[in-house]
Design a protein around this ligand. Structure first.
Ligand code: ARG
Length: 351
């Protein structure tokens, strides 16, 4: 009656308000490419162990790629009666292939998919953020090179303390960013074990090959305990903590440059392209980008705090609360990525 894949025991349809309240498709659609990647690896494994035929596997892969292309193009239709990205892709597959499409879910649960997709997404996000951190490190090295002989006041307690070279100052941020980079690499290493095969919470009796899917998805190994891994979100928290520290580093730097670019300090000029002005006070050049980099630190701290509270007191194993992990993760990644990009523009253009 409910029309849901799990609807067998239900006598009536889900209340529309419940669908609206419980959907995650509005935000987890961002995982679609990773969901397809995980499903292709799973299908290939099912064929390798003989749970589906290689012809069925071929059909599933072609259809999955077709669905991915449809989502890429914007033509794919999302609707909240199919709760999440996993159900959307599965039902599109069944629409195309009928019973062959249904076979993809053999030996697998949505909890597997959530954990696997989120790990794959987070791993890519870490790689992208690391590249941005390195770009900012290069910008600070460039600043050091451009102002090799410039002497700046070094401060403690915001009181003039001792003279320092501009290069000494710029390279201090290279070091902070280097620790940020290594923290992200560390998260990535710990994250990189495959949850696939944990199924709902206790694995499956079907003869699946977990090493095969792990290898196909670039994981370094398989998780040892299904109860743990199907509910583990440590990697989300660790990643967002590493991002929070980047935001803190950027916030401190941005505050410094807000001060240094004032008429009172006059140590540096921010590039015009990152400032705004005022029509009635033409002497002003407002450091909006630096102020917002400083301000956006709050959002990232908010994401971290939200996640810490979200997982507090959660019993084993999967609980629906965990659906709420995605928005803060996505927001922290987006916010820190944008701050890093803009910081490169500011640092490269400062004089
Ligand atoms: N949309 C859910 C999420 O993102 C899927 C959970 C599936 N598992 C379940 N037991 N309902 O977490």
């Amino acid at each position: 009656m409910s029309g849901k894949p799990w609807g067998g025991r239900f006598g009536s349809a889900t209340d529309r308000r419940v669908e609206e309240f419980t959907e995650s498709i509005s935000f987890d659609r961002r995982l679609y490419a990773h969901d397809v990647r995980g499903s292709i690896a799973h299908a290939e494994m099912l064929a390798a162990v003989g749970l589906i035929s290689s012809d069925e596997c071929g059909q599933i892969i072609v259809a999955l790629k077709d669905i991915e292309a449809e989502i890429d193009s914007g033509a794919f239709e999302f609707s909240i009666d199919k709760e999440d990205v996993h159900m959307h892709i599965e039902s599109a597959l069944i629409e195309r292939l009928g019973d062959v499409g249904r076979k993809l879910h053999t030996g697998r649960s949505r909890n597997d998919q959530v954990a696997t997709d989120l790990k794959l997404w987070t791993r890519d996000a870490i790689d992208a953020v690391v590249a941005k951190v390195m770009a900012l490190q290069r910008a600070f090295v460039g600043l050091a090179e451009r102002h090799r002989d410039l002497v700046l006041p070094g401060y403690t307690h915001m009181q003039r303390a001792q003279p320092v070279l501009a290069a000494h100052y710029a390279l201090a941020y290279v070091e902070k960013l280097e620790r940020d980079r290594s923290r992200l690499a560390d998260c990535r290493r710990r994250l990189n074990v495959s949850p696939l095969g944990a199924a709902a919470l206790a694995g499956t009796t079907l003869p699946i090959d977990r090493d095969l899917t792990a290898k196909a998805l670039g994981f370094d190994g398989v998780a040892s305990n299904s109860l743990d891994i199907s509910s583990d979100r440590d990697f989300v928290l660790e990643t967002v903590f590493a991002l929070t520290l980047i935001a803190e580093h950027l916030g401190g730097w941005a505050e410094e440059w807000v001060l240094w670019s004032t008429q009172e300090f006059g140590i540096l000029a921010l590039p015009d392209a990152v400032c705004t002005g005022s029509s009635i006070m033409p002497q002003k050049k407002n450091p909006d980008v630096c102020e917002l980099i400083r301000g956006k630190t709050a959002r990232v701290i908010g994401s971290l705090t939200g996640l810490l509270v979200l997982v507090k007191g959660l019993p084993l194993a999967y609980n629906r609360d965990l659906q709420e992990d995605k928005s803060p993760l996505f927001d922290a990644v987006d916010t820190v990525s944008a701050c890093l990009d803009l910081a490169v523009v500011v640092v490269s253009g400062a004089s």
